[in-house]
Design a protein around this ligand. Structure first.
Ligand code: FAD
Ligand code: GLY
Length: 352
């Protein structure tokens, strides 16, 4: 295998391209710039524990990816010289209920322990789970850096080409029909997130998330992610506080809605009352690539030279390092680790 086309240049397509290029493979990314990229809309939490992922195999994938993060970030910095706001500083998940039982990876703080760690939370919060392994990365800086790393390594990025059809012949992808004509390669990786359904018959759908950013005062004691019930607060190093996110099954319906932003602000102010006075800086939305079991599709699909890497739903930023590694191992060495087999796209064949 010496050349690959990657369809999609979000966090997943870029992470895979970099790994392949480091193995000496010629990589071209086709990326339609006008299509909204979930990777830029995300909050950037690295939160396998706070997200309470129920599916064991997915939790394991997320945990493995979290473990890869420090070395992955260091590798990117070596290539680009840039920082990406990686903060493995833990996540606090406050609760208004009386806590019973345990929480994987979590340490329970009662009200007084919580107050020692994080001031200004709502008076009726009873305590919090503290997830010391979780954290955040500035996903916008991460995409900038991945783009730069890919270019530095010699990945070709074609910004204005949209793939319209994947043409198959005798069990192989013969060529791509694109907005710029026919394009062919030895192998193809489909990493086009929520847009997958336009090219393959598998049940991937967009799940909209609205977000907003507030400007924190200079002396704000918020430095770690606060993960509440249906809302989270992500304080960035640049003084902005990201608040997210709605979870809406509304297809490709564009825009921020008054109700979506109201809900987020109500929940956020309930959790952390001082932010009622913070100025609003920005609002945006994105589409999570969702599958029926909320786990990604990783591996070969319908043609021997086509690999899928999509459907990362709520955790694509977290899952980028492991996805890059597993897909590269599969393509370069034909290595099918047990972990990747759990995410075979074939589990949904006939269910599109
Ligand atoms: P995308 O980033 O959407 O990229 C898809 C790419 O495919 C784009 O470059 C697009 O231009 C291209 N494309 C699509 N169709 C075509 C075509 N036909 N031809 C050419 N190019 C095409 N994850 C976390 O880990 N932590 C979080 O805190 C988090 N928060 C989130 C908050 C919100 C509001 C949202 C919406 C998502 C969040 N996510 C989070 C999820 C994460 O953003 C996604 O799982 C991840 O970004 C998916 O990456 P991707 O590369 O698969 O898709
Ligand atoms: N992982 C956070 C979100 O998808 O909103």
């Amino acid at each position: 295998m010496s050349e690959v086309i990657v369809i999609g240049g979000g966090v997943i397509g870029l992470a895979i391209s970099i790994e392949l290029r480091l193995k000496g493979i010629d990589v071209k990314i086709l990326r339609k710039k006008e299509l909204k990229m979930a990777s830029l809309a995300a909050a950037g939490m690295l939160a396998p524990h706070a997200e309470k992922i129920a599916l064991d195999s997915l939790f394991c994938l997320c945990q493995n990816s979290l473990n890869l993060y420090p070395q992955w970030i260091a590798k990117l910095k070596n290539i680009t010289g840039k920082d990406v706001g990686y903060l493995p500083t833990g996540i606090i998940a406050p609760t208004f209920e009386v806590s019973t039982g345990g929480s994987v990876g979590g340490i329970w703080w009662d009200r007084s322990q919580l107050e020692d760690q994080q001031g200004n939370l709502a008076q009726d919060i009873t305590g919090a789970w503290w997830y010391p392994e979780d954290g955040q990365v500035n996903n916008r800086l991460l995409i900038e850096s991945l783009n730069q790393a890919a270019l530095n390594l010699g990945v070709k990025i074609e910004e204005d080409i949209q793939v319209l059809f994947i043409e198959e012949k005798a069990g192989k992808v013969k060529q791509l029909i694109t907005s710029a004509g026919e394009i062919s390669s030895q192998c193809y990786i489909l990493a086009n997130g929520a847009y997958a359904r336009e090219l393959i018959d598998l049940p991937v759908r967009p799940v909209k998330g609205q977000m907003l950013a507030l400007q924190m005062p200079k002396d704000s004691p918020l430095t770690r992610v606060i993960f509440g019930d249906s809302v989270y607060l992500v304080p960035r190093a640049d003084g902005r506080l990201f608040i997210g996110a709605t979870v809406e099954d509304v297809g490709w319906s564009d825009g921020n809605s008054a109700d979506g932003i109201r809900l987020l602000l109500e929940r956020a102010i309930r959790l952390y009352p001082p932010l009622r006075d913070y100025p609003i800086q920005e609002m945006w939305w994105g589409f999570r690539p969702a599958t029926p079991d909320e786990a990604p599709l990783l591996g070969g699909y319908f043609a021997e030279n086509l690999i899928l890497a999509l459907g990362h739903y709520r955790n694509g930023i977290l899952l980028a390092p492991i996805t890059g590694q597993l897909i590269c191992d599969l393509l370069v060495e034909g290595k099918k680790e047990t972990l990747i087999q759990e995410f075979s796209p074939h589990r949904f064949v006939g269910k599109g």
